[in-house]
Design a protein around this ligand. Structure first.
Ligand code: NAP
Ligand code: HSE
Length: 428
């Protein structure tokens, strides 16, 4: 039994987990693959760094080409991060006939189609289960488990940092800036948290999920993105009072042949299963025409959960190697992409307005909704003794994004509307 040889690019959080699982689960891997799996070489930036695992010093290198161009290596695992240079390494590895596992959502969201096309051309496998929702096998679910169905909706909490922040704000009434600082101190949020809190990390993951769910090449530019940095504790308190939880949701929807993909803070009805996903946990809700509702929950990041997905991909490629069937079906897309217009994108909305507290104001406000055919589910004036104005909370029925934009524009020229404090999408 000839061993399968692996080159590992990166020995940080995920790379360390990969070594632990490959070494700790050798017997299971051997039984499933029928050959030993050996980590032959490991790329790091700093060979002298103290590591939490033992790696024979001869295996460490700081020269990527020593691994990528090693003819003995069958599979490259990329867990170093980065985009442009990493893409170059992966394309070269594929050109040399090596199979690739990557956990890199930034790379796959931007260059997935190009990388998968090279893999197809070279009859190689590229697998990227860990790139979305760490330990949750959602990519395999969309590619295989639900492949017989037509997916209508993929809705996910796919960023643990923002879910941790929103959960703390909801459960403790804490302010955004205080929780963000605490998340940074605990190591959940990066020193520069922009990509997480402004929704870019979630948007990249939703690009990957929407592409697989709808079998169309969705690109990052197709995703309408809004992060959580402007969510206030007052918004969250209102959400709770009305029976909702605030979540940063990625939502990909298909109606007929038309799709939309967005990431935004969303008020989720507390009875929806995704409303109870708290802390750093991730969850992806998938609705299919035939299967109906499904939901997948688990750790979205972390050493061992993420490495579990990486090593599952390594196993899948190794089994293909033994069967001689690598690179047979690398391109998951076959449907033309048709994006919904703002007239076609519909959802319920929550609005919080500060308005003049005098006769006829409510009538004028509801008239603006009526003019653009937005139907209202509820209108409540909340007593707020700290304000000179009246505070009005409105929840609409399903309304088009275009109609809501017109209503908001109309409010700008209404003197009685002092400010539109918040507007959120509502789910459930
Ligand atoms: P990390 O802890 O920062 O580790 C990165 C590793 O790559 C380090 O070992 C580093 O070397 C090495 N490295 C980075 N740039 C290099 C370069 N130019 N040349 C040589 N070596 C280089 O990163 P991570 O958290 O493990 O994440 C790795 C990838 O997995 C990223 O794409 C990330 O988005 C993805 N991911 C991570 C998680 C998670 O929970 N962390 C979850 C899902 C996906 P040194 O050790 O010498 O510094
Ligand atoms: N920054 C990401 C998160 C890590 O908070 O979910 C996993 O991709």
């Amino acid at each position: 039994m000839k061993p399968i040889k692996v080159g590992l690019l990166g020995l940080g959080t995920v790379g360390t987990g990969v070594v632990r699982i490959v070494e700790g689960h050798q017997e299971d891997l051997l039984n499933q693959v029928g050959a030993p799996i050996e980590i032959e070489k490991v790329l790091v930036q700093n060979k002298n760094k103290q590591r939490s695992i033992n790696i024979a010093p001869g295996k460490l290198t700081d020269d990527p080409w020593e691994i990528i161009r090693d003819p003995e290596i069958d599979i490259i695992i990329e867990v170093m991060g980065g985009i442009e240079q990493t893409k170059e390494y992966i394309l070269e590895a594929l050109s040399l006939g090596k199979h690739v596992v990557t956990a890199n959502k930034d790379l796959m969201a931007l260059y997935g189609p190009e990388i998968l096309a090279r893999a197809q051309e070279k009859q190689c496998d590229v697998m990227y289960e860990a790139s979305v929702a760490g330990g949750i096998p959602i990519i395999r679910t969309l590619l295989d488990g639900l492949s017989s169905d037509r997916i209508t909706k993929v809705m996910g909490i796919v960023n643990g940092t923002t879910n941790y922040i929103l959960t703390k704000m909801s459960q403790e009434g804490a302010a955004y800036a205080d929780v963000l600082k605490e998340a940074q101190e605990l190591g959940y949020a990066e020193a520069d948290p922009t990509s997480d809190v402004e929704g870019l990390d979630a948007a990249r993951k939703m690009t990957i999920l929407a592409t697989l769910g709808f079998r169309s090449n969705v690109s990052l530019d197709d995703v309408d993105v809004q992060g959580i940095s402007s969510v206030s504790r007052e918004d969250i308190a209102y959400a709770k009072r009305l029976g909702y939880e605030m979540k940063l949701l990625g939502i990909a929807e298909r109606q007929d042949e038309y799709i939309s993909v967005s990431v935004q803070p969303t008020m989720v009805r507390h009875t929806h299963p995704i409303a109870s996903v708290n802390g750093v946990f991730n969850a992806v809700y998938v609705h299919g025409e035939a299967v109906g509702e499904t939901m997948f929950y688990g750790a979205g990041a972390g050493e061992l959960p993420t490495a579990t997905s990486v090593v599952a991909d390594l196993l899948a490629i190794s089994k293909n190697l033994k069967l001689g069937v690598n690179g047979k079906n690398q391109l998951p897309t076959y449907r033309e992409k048709k994006l919904k217009t703002d007239e076609q994108i519909a959802s319920k909305y929550f609005l919080l307005l500060h308005v003049d507290d005098k006769a006829g104001v409510l009538a004028r406000i509801t008239q603006a909704f009526a003019e653009f055919e937005v139907s209202l589910e509820s209108v409540v004036q909340q007593p707020n003794p700290t304000l000179p104005e009246a505070e009005i909370v409105i929840i609409t029925h399903d309304a088009s994004k275009a109609a809501m934009q017109k209503v908001l524009k109309a409010f700008q020229s209404m003197e009685v509307v002092k400010s539109v404090k918040s507007v959120y999408r509502v789910e459930g």
